[in-house]
Design a protein around this ligand. Structure first.
Ligand SMILES: Nc1ncnc2c1ncn2[C@@H]1O[C@H](COP(=O)(O)OP(=O)(O)OP(=O)(O)O)[C@@H](O)[C@H]1O
Ligand SMILES: [Mg+2]
Length: 364
């Protein structure tokens, strides 16, 4: 068992900086999800840890062993790929047994281990089949079996569920999480799906354009995003962003969005004016934090028009038009709203986020 430590990892491909000075610590037994949009450097980071790519700069430790100069086979990590990479001409048994045969273990021991792993993954009845005769979920389990049987220090998983249909993917998420906890093997799991990341991770590391943006629990990255990118990437539908100018009149502060204004407390106003690089800021409000009223029940409500409604079963997403901006609202309440109806909205101050428009860093 071992944790993984990455120090100042940089990897370039020609002019592209795929991974840019990334430092990251994954604790022993932890399930870390590496999350970010396509091309942000997730696979490259994983391949550097596995030894399939050579870093240009930085160090990689598995436990307290510096592994930069170790061949992939000597790192004791097991990688599970998106494509499963099963050998099509071999049976399930032989696929799982393959890494043990490479290690030249005695046949009796190989048989025992493969059977144990197959039982654990509930695929004992499939051992004589070939990959072509398996469903996507079954192939996935065989690929996992081949990784588990090696008893590695670390699992590296690159979007292992992305080829499965939606229902099976949700089922396998829970299975994999459970499996990881039972085995207690340190795992680095790559995905671009923020819901998958939130549901599976002990800790999420969010990357963008090769740069690590934030590391934290699902709760932390959702509630306290460190910058505009993380705020917009985590959460579905994404956070609403509204360009505003901070203004002050006789000690009263408000945010001027052009089409409407939002009054804020003097204490919040002061914090923003102290921390922001200018009065140009971005107001962020999650769709679930917009309060919607059918009547103008209070002063200072913002008038909006229903643009479209998106029922999702237990909840509904309402797209509202405020002048030329669309503000999304997610609510559990039942509203009978039609396109073009007039409604009123407000944001409670303890739910809003404020970003510096120039640096894109979180102010509040
Ligand atoms: N072998 C390579 N040669 C040249 N450029 C590469 C190579 N591998 C990756 N890149 C570039 O490095 C960047 C990071 O790629 P990487 O595969 O790590 O992204 P990713 O986050 O895994 O994306 P995805 O979610 O699409 O799999 C991209 O701009 C990619 O085009
Ligand atoms: Mg990738």
């Amino acid at each position: 068992m071992a944790g993984v430590t990455i120090k100042n990892l940089t990897k370039r491909f020609g002019n592209v900086i795929a991974v840019n000075n990334v430092s990251l610590e994954v604790k022993d037994r932890e399930f870390l999800v590496l999350l970010g949009p396509s091309g942000c450097g997730k696979t490259t980071t994983l391949r550097c840890i596995a030894g399939l790519d050579t870093p240009d700069e930085g160090e990689i430790y598995i436990g307290d062993r510096l592994v930069n100069d170790l061949a992939p086979k000597d790192r004791n990590v097991a990688m599970v790929f998106q494509s499963y990479a099963l050998y099509p001409h071999m049976t399930v048994f032989d696929n799982i047994a393959f890494p043990l045969k490479m290690k030249k273990l005695p046949m009796s021991e190989i048989e025992k281990k493969v059977k144990e792993v197959a039982e654990f993954l509930k695929i004992s009845h499939l051992l004589n089949r070939k990959p072509g005769q398996l469903s996507g979920g079954e192939k996935q389990r065989v690929a996992l079996g081949r990784a588990i049987v090696r008893n590695p220090d670390v699992f590296l998983m690159d979007e292992p569920l992305s080829n499965l249909d939606a229902k099976l993917r949700i089922y396998m998420r829970a299975e994999l999480k459970r499996l990881q906890k039972e085995l207690g093997v340190t795992t680095i799991y790559v995905t671009h799906d923020q819901v998958e990341a939130m549901t599976m991770a002990d800790k999420i590391a969010i990357m963008n354009q090769g740069v690590l943006q934030q590391v934290g629990t699902a709760f932390e990255v959702f509630n306290n995003p460190s910058n505009l990118f993380v705020a917009g990437f985590i959460g579905s539908p994404p956070m609403n962003f509204i360009n505003c100018t901070l203004k002050e009149e006789n000690g009263s502060y408000y945010l001027d969005a052009g089409a409407f204004t939002v009054s804020i407390s003097a204490s919040l106003g002061k914090i923003i004016s102290e921390k922001a690089s200018s009065s140009e800021i971005i107001l962020g409000v999650r769709p679930e934090d917009v309060i919607i009223e059918e009547k103008p029940v209070a002063k200072n409500l913002i008038r909006a028009e229903v643009y479209v409604t998106e029922p999702m079963g237990s909840e509904i997403v309402i797209d509202l038009k405020v002048n030329n901006e669309i503000i999304k609202v997610k609510t559990l309440k039942e509203f009978k709203l039609n396109i073009g109806d007039e409604v009123w909205i407000r944001f409670s101050e303890d739910k809003i986020h404020i970003f510096d428009r120039k640096t894109e860093k979180t102010i509040v």
